[in-house]
Design a protein around this ligand. Structure first.
Ligand code: SF4
Length: 360
């Protein structure tokens, strides 16, 4: 059965495989960048980011030597910013320790920041043409269905089983096309909700299809309730400039800039929370004025509603442990902001950017 699967997939891929920008190269750096961008992100979203990233940082050395702010700016809007920070950390190691050459073995690759076994397998097979299995989300789903695996694939023993299957399937000859075929089948045919089994080249071999289980596999983890937070933030004006602060380099949205603020405490309204957060975070008193906008944003593990207000600096020597800048409204576009803050900037740009009362 395994040999049949491999043969049919390769045949299907030759006719139906996707033509993607990172498939027109065998540059391991480009393939690495694309694989990192594709984690938790759709192909259509990735393409323009990939093209801009490669035009800005065409080699590992360019990425290694760029300021982190520039890397985050190019990544702005793609989310999961740890991916960008890890790419740069790994690029610095490749530049410093490997003469700018991407390593070509799994062990060294997986020792680098942000490269797991599946990403390493993709780089090894796609860029170097060496046999190496992959197991990203698409592949996991296809294998669970093909082999009718009824246990939760996030459990360690099930993962081990899936890795073994992927390893057995990938051929010595042409592992590049085979792994790309598996990815494409998962993305185009064996989709999460409605697998198009009638168009699938593996239908007659698929155990889930033969048992009518294609829509119930893979088994899902029990759902978690996603917390929702209300955040208040202030666009603090002083003499025509706006205060922005930078988040710590590590952690959620690390290294990005934002308007100061934080979570509402119990019993507080957004205006009170904005004034308190500004005082606590910056040691300054600000008067909180008009609401600019209320925006919602979904992160992977929680959702937020952000209430952003025009604020005016009143008094107090500014003291904060975070880097900060007073910038003109035009200069906001030079900095990388999280998506919710970016939505606030869009609203600001549509309206009167510098309300007269806040310039006085
Ligand atoms: S037959 Fe259906 S469930 Fe099975 S691999 Fe193909 S698309 Fe997926």
């Amino acid at each position: 059965m395994e040999r049949d699967i491999t043969k049919r997939l390769l045949h299907w891929y030759r006719k139906e495989g996707r033509d993607l920008p990172w498939r027109r190269t065998s540059d391991p750096y480009a393939i690495w960048v694309s694989e990192i961008m594709l984690q938790q992100t759709q192909v259509a979203t990735v393409i323009p980011y990939y093209e801009k990233f490669m035009a800005t940082f065409p080699t590992t050395a360019d990425l290694a030597h760029a300021p982190l702010g520039t890397v985050l700016k190019v990544w702005e809007g793609l989310g999961y910013y740890a991916r960008a920070r890890n790419l740069q950390k790994a690029a610095r190691i490749i530049s410093g320790q490997y003469n700018g050459e991407m390593p070509d073995d799994i062990e060294t690759l997986t020792s680098l920041h942000g490269i797991g076994r599946s990403t390493a397998g993709a780089i090894i097979s796609i860029a170097y043409g060496k046999k190496a299995p992959i197991l990203d989300g698409n592949v996991r789903r296809v294998l669970c269905r093909l082999f009718a695996i009824r246990q939760n694939p996030s459990l360690a023993p099930v993962q081990k089983k899936l890795w073994n299957i992927s390893e057995r399937l990938v051929p010595e000859k042409n592992p590049r096309c085979f792994n790309q075929a598996l990815m494409d089948l998962g993305a185009m045919i064996c989709a999460p909700k409605n697998p198009d089994c009638t168009a699938c080249c593996l239908r007659s071999l698929c155990l889930a299809y033969s048992k009518g289980l294609q829509k119930t596999l893979p088994v899902k983890s029990p759902g978690r309730k996603v917390p929702h937070y209300h955040i208040a933030a202030g666009v603090i004006w002083r003499g025509g400039k706006i205060l922005i602060t930078q988040r710590p380099a590590e952690g959620l949205l690390g290294g990005l800039w934002e308007f100061p603020g934080g979570k509402l405490k119990e019993g507080e309204n957004p205006i009170q929370a904005a004034a308190r957060e500004i005082l606590e975070e910056l040691n300054v008193t600000a008067s909180v004025g008009d609401l600019i906008s209320t925006v919602r944003h979904a992160y992977s593990h929680f959702h937020i509603t952000l209430h952003a207000f025009h604020c005016r600096y009143v008094k107090g020597p500014l003291k904060t442990t975070h880097p900060y800048r007073w910038v003109s409204p035009e200069e906001l576009s030079h900095y990388a902001f999280p998506s919710a803050n970016r939505k606030i900037i869009t609203v600001l740009k549509k309206g009167d950017l510098t309300p007269i009362s806040f310039l006085l």
